[in-house]
Design a protein around this ligand. Structure first.
Ligand code: HAM
Length: 449
């Protein structure tokens, strides 16, 4: 039996690097999750929930033995048992530092490849990394992520679509100031070539690297490129990355991704030093950052990982995905002007008391006729009939996308005025066509800029 000494007078505090999400903040989290689900549904992703711990080896094999996460940040679970020498035994389980490995494990275990050619999976939930806590860097943080896995995922169009989803999701959260950086690591052979070239380029300047990077240079030179220290940054800046580091196939694939991004109107910066801190990437890698966040400025990141499924014992299928960090998104939102309240898609207001009954009925008809997912439409009504000005103020406060205005004039003409609150455009719509026109107005513009 293990006897524990318990200090009964101790006052407990929350563990370092974690936070309580209190009821008021919970509303903001729910709002964000609701928006995320809405856009994930739009791109045809389905939710997957995996355990928050897995076998430690799963993470070591996927993220790489030499990655900082595996080397320094794994939170391992210890079992309650002592071995015969009285030492606590490691259980071989770790809290998940990320979710790509777990999703791939589940993909293989549940033979998703036998059921569909492309599995579009998403997740929301806590991740754990034993890092030194600071602003934007926590030990328990939350990610919203997607993984598109399967033979049907080997297309540069999908890379561009996944990047667009990441950007559009951040926009739908109300963020505007972020930057998208992209790069390619090419095929596995190219990645090995880049590795050797980096060794060659950095070798004459190794003494200028910080102590951590001197070690990284030997363990895994790619990690040097992630270092934020000025001395290392100047060494990285001096590296002449060349197109000849990549083969024809990789260059062509990358060109196709960039063309597809341009077709989707997604602006980006190319950064040849972007390699990402996890081992599984090949071809496209990307990161979205907000400089106002300081040193922990990455809002989200991802890329293609065509060999991970087979490396973990599954079929040879390609994959691409990303994850965004919820806490960093909320920090970035604090710095931007639009504080979150509930979003309303449609807000009915009556100009006269005698019009209330009709908007009351109409709002219900709009809700009942909605063909999308129930959580993807919200319709509100202002029962407080007051001046037009104060009702429009209420609509703004509720962050309504559209306002339906109904007064005596509209009643006489059998019409409803629909105002787009973003563009200011107004349309008088015959009552019997209202539901159809509203559905078209709300669906056609897609995700708003
Ligand atoms: P990652 O770059 O390690 O990628 O993490 C993605 C995002 O999670 C980061 O950009 C950041 O916003 C957030 N994040 C990471 N660590 C912390 C931390 N300690 N505190 C707060 N936020 C943090 C991955 O995890 C990959 N699994 C992404 C992926 C999915 N690649 C392909 N599919």
């Amino acid at each position: 039996m293990i006897v524990m000494v318990i200090d009964m007078s101790k006052k407990f505090k929350i563990p370092r690097g974690t936070s309580d999400i209190l009821p008021q903040e919970s509303l903001v989290w729910q709002d964000l999750e609701k928006k995320a689900r809405k856009i994930l549904n739009l791109y045809n992703y389905r939710e997957i929930r995996t355990p928050i711990f897995e076998e430690t080896d799963l993470f070591a094999r996927s993220m790489g033995q030499t990655s900082d996460v595996v080397q320094k940040q794994m939170l391992n679970l210890t079992s309650q048992r002592l071995d015969e020498k009285g030492h606590i035994q490691l259980s071989g389980l770790s809290l998940r530092p990320e979710n790509t490995a777990s999703v791939v494990r589940s993909y293989i275990e549940n033979s998703f490849d036998k059921k569909e050619s492309l599995s579009r999976l998403f997740y929301l939930g806590p991740m754990f990394r034993g890092e030194r806590p600071q602003k934007g860097r926590l030990r328990q943080f939350h990610q919203i992520g997607v993984e598109a896995i399967g033979p049907g995922s080997s297309s540069p169009y999908l890379d561009a679509e996944v990047i667009a989803l990441c950007v559009n999701m951040l926009k739908s959260f109300g963020l505007k100031k972020f930057e998208l950086k992209i790069n390619t690591l090419g095929t596995l052979a190219c990645k090995n070539n880049i590795h050797d070239r980096l060794i060659g380029c950095i070798e004459p300047r190794v003494d200028r690297l910080c102590d951590d990077c001197k070690e990284r240079y030997i363990r895994n030179v790619f990690r040097v490129l992630d270092c934020k220290k000025n001395s290392c940054k100047s060494v990285i800046k001096a590296i002449a990355f060349g197109k000849d580091w990549l083969d024809e196939e990789s260059l062509q694939y990358y060109e196709q991704v960039k063309t597809a991004l341009a077709e989707l109107d997604i602006s980006y910066t190319e950064d040849p030093s972007l390699v990402r801190g996890l081992d599984y990437y090949t071809h496209t890698v990307f990161e979205v950052s907000d400089a106002s966040l300081g040193s922990q400025d990455a809002l989200g990141a991802g890329g293609r990982y065509n060999h991970l499924v087979s490396q973990l014992g599954g079929p040879q299928v390609d994959a691409v995905g990303f994850a965004v960090g919820v806490e960093r998104i909320l920090l970035a939102k604090q710095g931007s002007d639009n504080e979150s309240e509930e979003d309303l898609d449609l807000y009915f207001l009556a100009i006269e008391e005698t019009c209330v009954n009709e908007i009351f009925q109409m709002a219900e008809q709009v809700r009942r006729s909605w063909k999308g997912a129930p959580e993807s439409l919200s319709v509100g009504i202002n029962y407080q009939v007051s001046s037009m000005k104060s009702q429009m103020r209420a609509a703004n406060k509720a962050r309504a996308r559209f306002v339906a205005i109904y007064g005596l004039d509209e009643k006489r003409q059998g019409k409803i005025k629909l105002k787009n609150m973003e563009t200011g455009a107004e349309q008088d719509i015959p009552k019997e066509e209202f539901i159809e026109k509203f559905n078209a107005a709300i669906i056609e513009p897609g995700i708003k800029e």
